[in-house]
Design a protein around this ligand. Sequence first.
Ligand SMILES: CC(C)[C@H](C(=O)O)[C@@H](O)C(=O)O
Ligand code: SF4
Length: 463
Amino acid sequence: MKQNIINKIWNTHLVHSKAGFPEMLYIDRILLHEVTSAQAFAELKNRNIPIRNKHNIIATVDHSIPTDKNRIVIADEIARKQVDTLRANCKETGITIYDIDSHHQGIVHVVGPELGFTLPGKTIICGDSHTSTHGAFGALAFGVGTSEITHAMASSCILQDKPKTYKVEFKGMPNQYFTAKDAILKLIAEIGIGGGKGCVIEYVGEYIRSLSMEARMTICNMSIECGARAGLIAPDATTLSYLEGREYAPKGADWEQAKQEWLALASDEGADYDYSITIDISGAGPMITWGINPEHAIALNETTPAINAGGDKATLEKAYAYTQLQPGQSLIGTAIDFAFVGSCTNGRIEDLRAVAKILDGRKVANNVTMYIVPGSEQVMEMAQAEGLDKIFAAAGADFRMPGCSMCLAMNPDKVPEGKRCISTTNRNFIGRQGPNSITHLASPQTVAASAVLGKIAGQEHLA
Ligand SMILES: CC(C)[C@H](C(=O)O)[C@@H](O)C(=O)O
Ligand code: SF4
């Protein structure tokens, strides 16, 4: 029978199934961070249950840590306790933790791929919704709750309902300013925040094949924002060349064999899916969000939708009231206070290079505070080696230490009350970047151009 990649991975990891019940799925890899792991460790300890395979687990600290140079000091008590607890738990159990100054600390979804811990064909879980990022490698990767983390640490298995499969094809070639971020925002604008509910998406098409691993991760990262359980892209030559030689990637003869197995994961020609959609991106340009969820996205050169344009009227009214915008207006020229580059969506080296290209020889506008936060220590060190840090400093941007930072207000980096931020992150929810702050999601390039001009703008508006 012809199979798609999603079912191929699912079926090879299926341990047990019984009609009317969730299926028992084998989990190859577990990622941990400080926010959602403590109860899992505590439960296992209380019940005296050993960890089944600690070598399939890695941890890092990302959400709660500060991103200033003196990040060793965590002033907030809850944050400090989270970080200290993860450190103690890893020490006690022998789980590898990539802590600050390990040269591999960073956002869990940036670190996993960098280390080659994320590999094609694997099932990967983490107590974090953006675990979908790892699907860029052709892995079945999804966020789970802490109780499932506990189950997987104890047994290498979890119970899961079999997801529906959804094929998303991007067709055509966009304009020169369009990025992977714009592609995923366009999909979410079209199918809505519930459009992928209960599904795993496979992204296909010539555009996807043309993308780097970094760009593929940006797309898979935001799969969760249309309600999908996960998103993935079949491994190809780009995937292999990214992974070769990385720490946890197979070596020598194992590598040769793994390559063959991974390439065979590709969906069979003519395989069925439960749902499919084609998104035409021919000639498309950059996207930006105007409202309070990622479906509230428009092309930068469009105007905001009418209240009766479809969708839930009450939500649209609430969105306009919160973002202090009107239906039918262009966002271009709207003054901004903050510009943020970072997160597991757009905090990788390629994103920083794109931003540096725009900031080189230019200055961040006086009315704007710009944070550039690398996704990991590796990204930071690469940026420094390439001199990007100097470009950022000369432009007046603040190049900080790795972490989730201003993506969510769980550490000292917050957008102040009433301020407007253009951000490379993945969620523009009410208060996401700080109480009463306003978020516009966009690509790193659009964020950088807007930072320079002091108002929402595209690269084409730069002198
Ligand atoms: C803190 C964590 C559980 C959360 C998530 O699951 O996504 C965070 O990473 C986020 O982006 O909101
Ligand atoms: S960078 Fe943002 S989206 Fe990603 S894991 Fe951290 S808080 Fe969640």
